[in-house]
Design a protein around this ligand. Sequence first.
Ligand code: ADP
Ligand code: ZN
Length: 217
Amino acid sequence: MRLIFLGPPGAGKGTQAVFVKKTYGLAHISTGDILRAQVKQETELGKTAKGYMDAGKLVPDDVIIGMIRERLGEEDCAKGFILDGFPRTVPQAVALAELLKSMGRHLTAVICFDAADDLLVERLSGRRTCRNCGAIYNVSFHPPEKENVCDACGGPLMQRDDDREDVIRNRLRVYKEQTAPLIEYYEREGLLRRFDAGGAPDSLVALVAELAGKDDA
Ligand code: ADP
Ligand code: ZN
């Protein structure tokens, strides 16, 4: 399966991607995670990206497209993948289509995560991530057993720099302006499937199972 998880920040794309990845043996490609790793390692790419990320703005398309081109060529993508946080603009979607075409591949579906703004802000401001293993928690909805300690590895939990209220508002605005048009784009392509990200994740599990059953590639 080759899936795109499309939706606003805080909709739970990353959290759900981890489950789907494990169940189906797919590669989980989060452009946000790749960028944060580059920032941490202080690479040239990381230095370029940091200013945009801290402001809640999008990193330029050419940087992101180059990154994805490289990543999709890696071996673990052969069995399928989940794109989480990419594409985020129409030019990125067009570049992805060309890239897949050149590889002789096609998308299985684009899953659109829907949720109300208030819920997104609440989720993002309560989000905590493990510094060691990247596991995601939420102080209200999914707290760790011990405050600020990762259940999985015992590592310290941290808040992302861009999960501050002012930056969150900006990210939601950028989503509406630049990413939401992709909903219509993929609807026209006949690839769009919707998922109510405000409710229980069961319906996503069922949807992905249905897609897996029909997948011919
Ligand atoms: P979220 O979905 O919670 O906003 P991500 O981890 O996907 O967070 O992205 C964090 C930041 O990384 C974004 O605000 C943006 O600056 C940058 N980024 C991630 N993916 C892309 C992309 N496909 N295009 C442009 N910028 C991106
Ligand atoms: Zn951890």
